[in-house]
Design a protein around this ligand. Structure first.
Ligand code: PLP
Length: 396
């Protein structure tokens, strides 16, 4: 090919995969790569899961799209399966994480409007990532994602992740706050967990209740079984008013969801929000099949157990050299000492170990393997990463 006709929005790695099966990706010469990234937390059930493939094939041959002008039986069924697992009342189906979050932020504005606020503000976290639409990139912290886009900064107040005192301080300084929006574990920002773990969510929920703000969670990355429960907030006692997800929801099929309960339940009415493609028969059937697999097997238990095993195996081997771990279930952060140069790790893992990984937050290796990884595959993920870090000779 003489030149690429694609906009250069991605720094792509020089490799292409032509086939995927379970935890493995294959190049055109049939070399297998162990996928500890799953398309950034997307293919949680593994590549081309047979149940999901069957759902796609059958529905593609039956009915792909009608319109939300009509009743869609599979959308009803997917909505029920998702809301029951998530502990939420109702759902709006979108096509991506950013769109799900855009719906959440619009709900917050509507909530504020109904209360008579003039210039509502949403509290968001340092190091957050919420998407690339104008409103969601304004909620996002990453300066690279925001640069040049005249982000809507007056609409957000940013506080350190996990810092309940900073949220209280914001409450004392502003009378136009309408919501708090955060990821239970920050994925793009460095696999960050709050200092007091999931009980941070309980503290935020209580503050939201006391101030009549919406408590809104972005579980685009943490949702759909990745942490060992359908949604990460279920490790806390808190209950969100708004809960968004995408990624693992379609196991690779593009779909997102914004769910509501409590104070957010009756905000959207006919005509107040919509999407041509949201919740097509095909997308909905896929969501339904993903939830049949997630809730009809021990796959989430497996995610919790194997995630712990990988974290433990790596820190057992490298802990004495300052390597620690964090995360929950199959959301695994392997934290190297602060000053470590991690720039070559992705390449070494890929080219020498045939292991697909990601580095985030400069010195954190992010592993997002399939939830149904076998013990033998978990051992391979751990060993290949240990060998990668040793080969890079970056630890003191
Ligand atoms: C927490 C979180 N929210 C939102 C998004 C945006 O999702 P999408 O890329 O599907 O728009 C991402 C993507 O990485 C994410 O991790």
């Amino acid at each position: 090919m003489s030149r690429s006709y694609l906009m250069p929005t991605y720094a792509r790695q020089p490799i292409s995969f032509v086939r995927g099966q379970g935890s493995w990706l294959f190049t055109s010469d049939n070399t297998p790569y162990l996928d500890a990234l799953t398309g950034i937390a997307v293919c949680g059930l593994g590549h081309c899961h047979p149940e999901v493939t069957r759902a796609i094939q059958e529905q593609a041959a039956t009915l792909v799209h009608t319109s939300n002008l009509f009743e869609i039986d599979w959308q009803e069924r997917a909505g029920e399966a998702l809301c029951l697992a998530a502990g939420m009342d109702s759902v709006f189906f979108a096509n991506s994480g950013a769109e799900a979050n855009e719906a959440a932020l619009k709900l917050a504005r509507l909530f504020a409007h109904n209360k008579g606020l003039q210039r509502p503000k949403v509290i968001v976290m340092d190091k957050s990532f919420h998407g690339r639409t104008l409103l969601t990139v304004s909620a996002t912290a990453n300066p690279k994602a925001r640069a040049g886009f005249f982000t809507l900064d007056d609409d957000f107040i940013r506080v350190p992740f996990g810092d309940i005192a900073a949220i209280k301080q914001a409450a004392s300084e502003h009378d136009d706050i309408c919501a708090v929006f955060l990821e239970p574990i920050q994925g793009e920002g460095g696999l960050n967990t709050a200092e007091n773990g999931f009980s941070f969510l309980d503290d935020v929920a209580a503050l939201c209740e006391a101030n009549d703000w919406l408590f809104m969670l972005d579980e685009v990355q943490t949702g759909n079984g990745r942490t060992g429960k359908p949604f990460a907030y279920q490790f806390s006692q808190a209950k969100p008013d708004v809960l968004t997800t995408a990624k693992g929801l379609g196991n690779g099929f593009p779909v997102g969801a914004c769910m509501v309960s409590g104070r957010a339940t009756d905000l959207f009415g006919a005509g107040s929000h919509g999407s041509t493609y949201g919740g097509t028969p095909l997308a909905s059937r896929v969501v339904h099949s993903v939830y049949e697999v997630l809730t009809g097997s021990d796959i989430m238990l497996n995610a919790e157990r194997e995630g712990d095993f990988i974290r433990q195996s790596i820190t057992d081997e490298l802990g004495s050299q300052g390597v620690t771990s964090r995360g929950q279930g199959m959301m695994i952060g392997i934290v190297l000492p602060q000053s470590t140069d991690c720039s070559k790790l992705v390449e070494i893992a890929r080219d020498q170990q045939q292991l697909i990984i990601n580095v985030t937050g400069a010195h954190v290796v992010r592993l997002l393997p399939p939830l149904n990884l076998t013990r033998s595959e978990s051992e391979q993920v751990a060993q290949r990463l240990i060998d990668t870090i040793k080969a890079a000779q970056i630890l003191a």
